[in-house]
Design a protein around this ligand. Structure first.
Ligand SMILES: [Zn+2]
Length: 366
């Protein structure tokens, strides 16, 4: 058995819950982090059928992409499928953890999976988010610089893309006068002191501020640590909506549609007219992705593969990009495999099941 909080920590190291959209409700929906997990069932949606499947398989944790509790739940009378599913989970002591828009928004999440199924190369986040990064500047006696840096790196600071331990420092002179109540590391009370210090700067994800500052203070030799935290307007290239990449070889629109059907294992694609050029630059967004049309057009994508386009939204393609609506379930069903391979890598020797229930509420009459 594995403590649930350990599984949650592993999932949040990959897709921090701070990266979910404001309207979302990802996280632990039923159960307690103190529970011990016997086995895990992975699903796209939680339904009553999926809860019963978990009971049958002896799994007391369901990891789902879509949060079954999405809006406020004011009553639990079993009058609709949401209430009935939650009641069934609670009655059977089953924890439900949803990893939703936070997994959409990380560079190795839902959209990366779709991109890899399509064999896209040079994949990047289509619409990186701003306001997720902060800058830390601190001042430290030169002989302690490396120890303090190592501590803040350890807390998650100093990562830029594929680079870690990124920082910048300049040497200078720090001055201070310890007051009557002070216990200075260097110098004495009421005496002017000058120390050779480094000013060190590095970036960190804003949601890690408490952890980074605690590590700084813990490793720093001074009683009072001088530091600044500044919010940055920079985009975080690793976090955002959608993904974009290149097909290994350009294709005609017709052969791309056939290729898409084959790769996603689908029978129907609702799509707009092809842009009258070969297809190579492909934007993807799992689930409801009409909000990705503008960024995809701006990036010069030949196609946008997504779902949930409404009639009038298709017009916005204006013949410049082929919008391919493949269905919400169909665009995200591979998220199950993504979760399975991540969890099986993190926890070996542990029972993990892929749900066998097809939770797609949409069927096609062809
Ligand atoms: Zn979805």
């Amino acid at each position: 058995m594995i403590p649930l909080k350990k599984i949650i920590a592993a999932l949040e190291e990959w897709a921090p819950s701070a990266y979910q959209e404001s309207y979302d409700n990802a996280g632990l929906l039923t159960g307690s982090p103190d529970w011990a997990v016997k086995a895990v069932l992975i699903t796209l949606d939680v339904t009553e059928e999926v809860v019963h499947e978990a009971v049958e398989k002896g799994a007391n944790l369901i990891v789902a992409h879509h949060p079954i509790i999405f809006k406020g739940l004011k009553k639990l009378n079993g009058t609709n499928y949401v209430e009935r599913t939650v009641i069934a989970a609670i009655k059977n002591d089953i924890a439900i953890y949803a990893i939703h828009t936070n997994l959409d928004n990380v560079a190795t999440g839902v959209n990366y999976k779709i991109a890899s199924i399509l064999g896209l190369e040079r994949v990047s986040v289509l619409a990186p988010k701003q306001g997720l990064l902060s800058k830390l500047s601190f001042f430290v006696p030169r002989e302690n610089t490396q120890t303090v840096l190592d501590a803040v790196y350890q807390a998650g600071a100093g990562k830029i893309g594929d680079y870690s331990d990124c920082s910048f420092r300049v040497a200078g002179t720090g001055t201070f006068v310890p007051g009557a109540g002070a216990h200075p590391h260097i110098g004495a009370q009421n005496r002017k002191e000058e120390v050779q210090e480094d000013r060190v700067e590095l970036m960190f994800p804003a949601f890690l501020e408490n952890r980074v500052i605690a590590a700084l203070k813990n490793a720093h030799p001074y009683e009072e640590v001088a530091y600044y935290v500044q919010a940055l307007a920079n985009e975080n290239q690793e976090v955002g909506s959608g993904a974009i990449g290149l097909l290994a070889h350009e294709m005609t629109a017709r052969s791309f549609l056939d290729f898409l059907k084959e790769r996603l294992n689908i029978r129907v694609i609702r799509h707009t007219a092809a842009p009258g050029r070969m297809i190579q630059k492909v934007a993807v967004c799992g689930g409801s992705g009409s909000f990705m049309l503008k960024p995809a057009r701006r990036a010069g994508a030949d196609v946008l593969v997504t779902a949930d386009f409404k009639y009038h939204e298709f017009f916005d393609a204006e013949g410049q990009i082929m919008v391919c609506d493949v269905g919400h379930y169909e665009s995200e069903v591979f998220t199950k495999d993504l979760l399975f391979s991540y969890l099986s890598e993190k926890f070996d020797n542990f029972a993990l099941y892929l749900s066998e229930v097809n939770t797609n509420p949409v069927t096609y009459h062809v």
